[in-house]
Every structure is written in C-alpha cells, then in structure tokens.
Design a protein around this ligand. Structure first.
Ligand code: HEM
Length: 108
C-alpha cells in the first residue's frame, strides 16, 4: 500500500540473486515473480517448492499484498518450513515500495 515502485526497483536488487521478474523471467534459485501479488502460493510450473508452499497452494492460498509484507519482513518466522534463505526486510517502507514495484508485472 502506498509504496514507491521506483524505490522498490532498488529494493528488489536484494532479491535478484534468486528471483527474476518481468518479460521472459525464468526460475532461478527461487521462482519467477510475475503476477506475484494475487498469485496462488507455490504455483509456478517446474519449480521445486518446499512442502510448506505446496500445501498452501493446494489449499488455494494466494499472496495478498498484506501476506507478502508479513512474509518478507521475516520469511522463515512468518512461514516455517519455507526454504528461502533471506533474512527479511525489517523496514515497512522498503516492503511497501517493493510490493508496489512487483505489482507492475502481470503473470506472463
Ligand atoms: C520463494 C519473494 C529473496 C529464494 C519466494 C516467494 C516469494 C518470494 C513471494 C514465494 C513464491 C511462490 O509462492 O510462488 C522474494 C523477495 C525477495 C526474496 C521479494 C527479496 C526481498 C530471496 C533470496 C533467495 C530466495 C535472496 C535466495 C537466497 C527463494 C526460494 C523460494 C522463494 C528458494 C522457494 C521457497 C520454498 O519453496 O519454500 N520468494 N524472495 N528469495 N524464494 Fe524468495
């Protein structure tokens, strides 16, 4: 909510070792993130998710902006069992800016 997508592009540099977004984005260490806001959890074809994300997907859970913010603040505390090795983004502004940036990319 109310994030600055331009600043968010800069925050996304912290994710780029493992994630791609945008036209032609491929899975890397993590799944591609096109359309992630509103996307079903654990749902990218060909990506080998943890059981945790597979189970959320099987229940039909989707990534809302609010859930993404909670998750990204501290991934493994928010969602035990997830295999994303990332400390998290403690600043709410960074999370809001990042989510505004990610919202620009529709599912491909
Ligand atoms: C999963 C976002 C940083 C590796 C995910 C998911 C999201 C996400 C939304 C779930 C995707 C889905 O359900 O399809 C981000 C963002 C990051 C970030 C926005 C930066 C702020 C990283 C980093 C790594 C990483 C740095 C690697 C060191 C992974 C992996 C998964 C994942 C392996 C799959 C987890 C599992 O199956 O349990 N990420 N991520 N991510 N991410 Fe990240």
């Amino acid at each position: 909510a109310d994030g600055d997508a331009t600043k968010g592009a800069n925050v996304f540099k912290k994710c780029m070792a493992c994630h791609a977004v945008g036209e032609g984005a491929k899975n890397k260490v993590g799944p591609e993130l096109n359309g992630i806001v509103g996307r079903k959890m654990g749902a990218v074809e060909g990506f080998n998710y943890s059981d945790t994300l597979k189970e959320h997907g099987a229940k039909g859970d989707t990534w809302t902006a609010e859930q993404l913010s909670t998750y990204l603040a501290n991934p493994r505390q928010a969602m035990p069992g997830v295999k994303m090795v990332f400390a998290g983004l403690p600043k709410e502004d960074d999370r809001n800016d990042l989510i505004a940036f990610l919202s620009q990319f529709d599912a491909s």
